[in-house]
Design a binder for this molecule. Structure first.
Ligand SMILES: [Fe+2]
Length: 248
């Protein structure tokens, strides 16, 4: 199976629609920020019956309008945040959307509370949020784009072949090693992330990690073949070249 991974689209979808004929399914890595409901943006794919899956990014919860276009879209059920889905060939895809935020949980010993969470779950955070500040039965709208420990814990009990996250894993200068631990617990072969608008080469880390890790840059597209886990760049991210020189 050929999976097309789309790095942060930030309101542009034409390149995804134009490249999807090469793929058996499309996976969006968050920060879609659609200017109309997500199912309308991707209507040509849906008409061609291309399976579409996604995770949300932090920016998808930046406004009430954006929230409605993503979580209120007819594609909302295709959001794989906090769960594992099985693709047509049996490949299991795990998803973790959003970002770590100190107000909830920033898993770094140098962060507030020594990296301990303020809230373990979305439900606990909602309960502690004044009623008028809640959104959609949860905490403040902004925190629909925040990661909670209970969501990571839930995934850690599952098994998968691929983990897609918005945040990066430990190889990345701004990444989180807890996502490497999660990938190991899930037993995945490959991790893919967005958010950072780069696609740094992490291959020197793969053996020690036990899985291949990839970033997909700003509006970049990459293809993963699930028969042999080969990865190819279909469309480089718009900032990939400028950022390739950064040290890891
Ligand atoms: Fe992001």
């Amino acid at each position: 199976m050929r999976l097309l991974f789309a790095g942060d689209p930030h309101a542009q979808f034409r390149h995804i629609i134009d490249s999807a004929h090469q793929a058996d399914a499309v996976v969006l890595l968050g920060d879609m920020e659609p200017t109309r409901p997500l199912h309308e943006e991707l209507a040509p794919l849906l008409e061609r019956k291309v399976p579409v899956w996604f995770i949300h990014g932090n920016h998808d919860a930046d406004s009430d309008e954006l929230w409605m276009r993503v979580w209120g879209s007819e594609l909302a059920e295709q959001n794989i945040h906090g769960r594992v889905i099985e693709l047509a060939d049996g490949t299991r895809l795990a998803g973790l959307g959003g970002v770590f935020r100190e107000a909830v949980w920033y898993p770094d010993p140098a962060a507030a509370r020594g990296g301990e969470p303020a809230f373990r779950s979305r439900e606990a955070h909602a309960k502690a949020t004044p009623r008028q500040d809640r959104w959609g039965g949860g905490p403040h709208r902004r925190h629909w784009g925040t990661i909670y420990p209970s969501e990571v814990d839930h995934l850690a009990d599952l098994r998968a072949d691929i983990l897609v996250t918005h945040e990066a894993g430990g190889y990345h200068p701004n990444g989180f090693s807890i996502l490497d631990t999660l990938a190991q617990q899930l037993g995945v072969m490959v991790t893919v992330h967005g958010h950072h608008h780069d696609a740094l080469n992490s291959s020197a880390r793969w053996q020690a990690q036990g899985f291949k890790s990839f970033g997909v840059g700003l509006r970049g597209l990459s293809m993963l073949d699930t028969t042999d886990w080969t990865w190819s760049i279909v469309r480089p991210g718009e900032l990939d070249q400028a950022r390739a020189g950064r040290s890891m």
